[in-house]
Write a protein that binds this ligand. Structure first.
Ligand code: MD3
Ligand code: FE
Length: 217
């Protein structure tokens, strides 16, 4: 038998690491296209700049955010919601690049979610010290669709709990190019990001960018 010692490496599918029921880590899935994604991020941010949103409780978020696609996630003193218009410009959010949609759909399919069609992409920028407190993503209409996240730049410690806020979360390091699909039983899990550590990334400098693809409407 002539076993192909490289068959795992040659396989077209990336390593699929199950994190929890419905949650799958695709390590390095977006590495090859990271440069191209970053160029498109810059294009989107030229139209819809990053901004620090205020929570309904009156706190200014340390993560800077923007969106592209038909819907964008926003927060202000009135609450969290998806809106078709950027409140800064009063204009629709920039279009979601077709290549991003295709990447998100391909990642979702790898995790068993066929036919994922995101209508919102939230862009989060973390600088050293930026964090995202433990929360659930529940402003979307239909929780049967997964959320696909793409991490770029500096690594982050991602906190992943259960549907109960009080359960102690697991910690994972999310690195440049990592893609995670969060669906099924993990869709309403509490999660967050620990304060970003200092560092320098060759492509992104002193920051981390996370894209989350969502079916919001
Ligand atoms: C698990 N962003 O934007 S991405 C968010 O790294 C958010 O910027 C983090 O949480 C970030 O809402 C984490 C990973 C992620 C996104 C959505 C999830 C994990 C999730 C929804 C349900 C469960
Ligand atoms: Fe979230």
């Amino acid at each position: 038998m002539t076993a192909n010692l490289f068959e795992d490496i040659d396989a077209p599918e990336p390593a699929r690491e199950p994190l929890a029921p419905g949650a799958v880590l695709l390590r390095g899935f977006a590495c090859e296209v990271a440069g191209e994604i970053l160029e498109a991020v810059n294009g989107v941010l030229a139209q819809a700049p990053l901004r620090h949103l205020v929570t309904p409780g009156g706190y200014t978020m340390s993560v800077a955010m923007s969106n592209c696609g038909p819907l964008g996630w926003v927060s202000d003193r009135r609450g969290y919601r998806y809106d078709a218009l950027d409140p800064l410009s009063g204009q629709p959010w920039p279009a979601m690049p077709e290549r991003w949609k295709a990447l998100a759909a391909r990642a979702a399919a790898q995790a068993g979610f066929e036919g994922f069609e995101p209508d919102a992409c939230l862009i989060n920028q973390y600088l050293p010290g930026s964090k995202l407190s433990l929360h659930q993503d529940r402003d979307e209409h239909d929780f049967s669709a997964p959320i696909v996240s793409v991490s770029l730049g500096l690594p982050a410690v991602f906190l992943f709990g259960s549907e109960r806020r009080t359960d102690r979360p697991q910690r994972y390091c999310l690195q440049h190019g990592d893609v995670v699909v969060w669906g099924g039983a993990s869709r309403l899990a509490f999660h967050g990001v620990a304060p970003l550590a200092d560092g320098e990334h060759s492509l992104l400098g002193q920051r981390r960018i996370n894209l989350t693809f969502r079916r919001a409407g």
